[in-house]
Design a protein around this ligand. Structure first.
Ligand SMILES: CCCCCCC[C@@H](O)CC(=O)SCCNC(=O)CCNC(=O)[C@H](O)C(C)(C)COP(=O)(O)OP(=O)(O)OC[C@H]1O[C@@H](n2cnc3c(N)ncnc32)[C@H](O)[C@@H]1OP(=O)(O)O
Length: 282
């Protein structure tokens, strides 16, 4: 199959339900490396059922698998491109939501380059019907360039300030980070199976983009949000290069009022892995 344009823009899917419990919230926190130090009082609150707090970026996985329908892309060659989470309400530590997903755009970067497919999922609290989250995601489909869609018109990503970062934090990952993270829902073999990773063009399994995204969320939480998840109004980023499990991620942050801009890099390789990051705090 391949991308059919413009039919792909008609894809939508409503009514899928998803739920999560405190145990899922704790597992997610561990998956993004939170709470490994038992003596760290701030982080323990994210892995202990007593007065449990969620890492806000867990919002990106509570309905993992919600989708608008079959886009026709070659999933072996897919990498995660971008994500934006808008929090209409703070994420609870357990809940049940109803998803509405649709495709909002598809751009052709040319044969041999790839395609960008952007989707939007709204999650409503099942008991009350209230809108809880809007999640916009871009899939970069490296095997689907040349499908005949527009090359122009993709939304411009957020620009981080030109000045030197106001703060930088180093957050280590473990060699088994992806093995733990995948238990939160993204079982893509790219992140665990060396043979699949090779077929997809990588020397070894890479870390989930959304795990790195969670690590940038941790950086904002600890640096500018006093570990208070309710302060997150939105969190967005673009994945610019793969991360390998075991690497230390340096998150550079800029604060301008309630807007925190960020990028992430792997110092050891001199590579920027997250660009165009923006959190709005309230
Ligand atoms: C809802 C979604 C669900 C998705 C499910 C995902 C399942 C997961 O299990 C998969 C993963 O987690 S994969 C791991 C995370 N992702 C990555 O590691 C990708 C890292 N990024 C790259 O490799 C390159 O930037 C790459 C390959 C993305 C692009 O590199 P280049 O081809 O060199 O691109 P470049 O020349 O810089 O730009 C070409 C045009 O594409 C746009 N663009 C670039 N990066 C983008 C990105 N990350 N997302 C969206 N658009 C992007 C550029 O703006 C440019 O556009 P234009 O030609 O119009 O200027």
């Amino acid at each position: 199959m391949a991308i059919s344009y413009p039919q792909i823009l008609d894809l939508k899917n409503e009514g899928q339900t998803f739920s999560w419990k405190a145990k899922d919230t704790i597992l997610y926190a561990l998956g993004v490396g939170m709470g490994w130090d038992p003596l760290n009082d701030d982080e323990r609150a994210f892995v202990y059922e007593k007065d449990l707090k969620p890492v806000p970026s867990q919002a990106g996985v509570v309905a993992w698998g919600a989708n608008a329908g079959n886009t026709g892309i070659n999933y072996l060659m897919v990498v995660d491109g971008e994500r934006k989470i808008v929090f209409h309400k703070p994420l609870p530590t357990s809940g049940e939501v109803v998803a509405s997903s649709r495709i909002v755009g598809a751009w052709d970067k040319g044969p041999g380059k790839g395609a960008v497919v952007m989707s939007e999922t709204e999650l409503r609290d099942k008991p009350t019907g209230e809108l809880m989250l809007t999640i916009t995601g871009s899939t970069f489909a490296r095997g689907d360039g040349g499908f005949g869609g527009p090359s122009e018109g993709q939304p411009e990503p957020h620009k981080v300030p030109d000045r030197a970062p106001d703060m930088s934090v180093d957050i280590p990952t473990r060699d088994d980070q992806a093995v733990i993270y995948r238990l939160s829902g993204d079982y893509n073999p790219l992140h665990i199976d060396p043979a699949v990773a090779k077929m997809a063009g990588f020397e070894k399994p890479i870390l989930h983009g959304m795990c790195t995204y969670g690590i940038t969320c941790r950086a904002v939480l600890q640096t500018y949000a006093e570990f208070d998840p309710a302060r997150f109004k939105s969190h967005q980023a673009r994945f610019s290069a793969p991360v390998y499990p075991g690497e230390t991620i340096t998150v550079d942050l800029w604060k301008d009022g309630d807007v925190v801009s960020f990028e992430a890099r792997i110092k050891a390789r001199g590579v920027t892995v997250i660009k165009n990051g923006k959190t709005v705090l309230g």
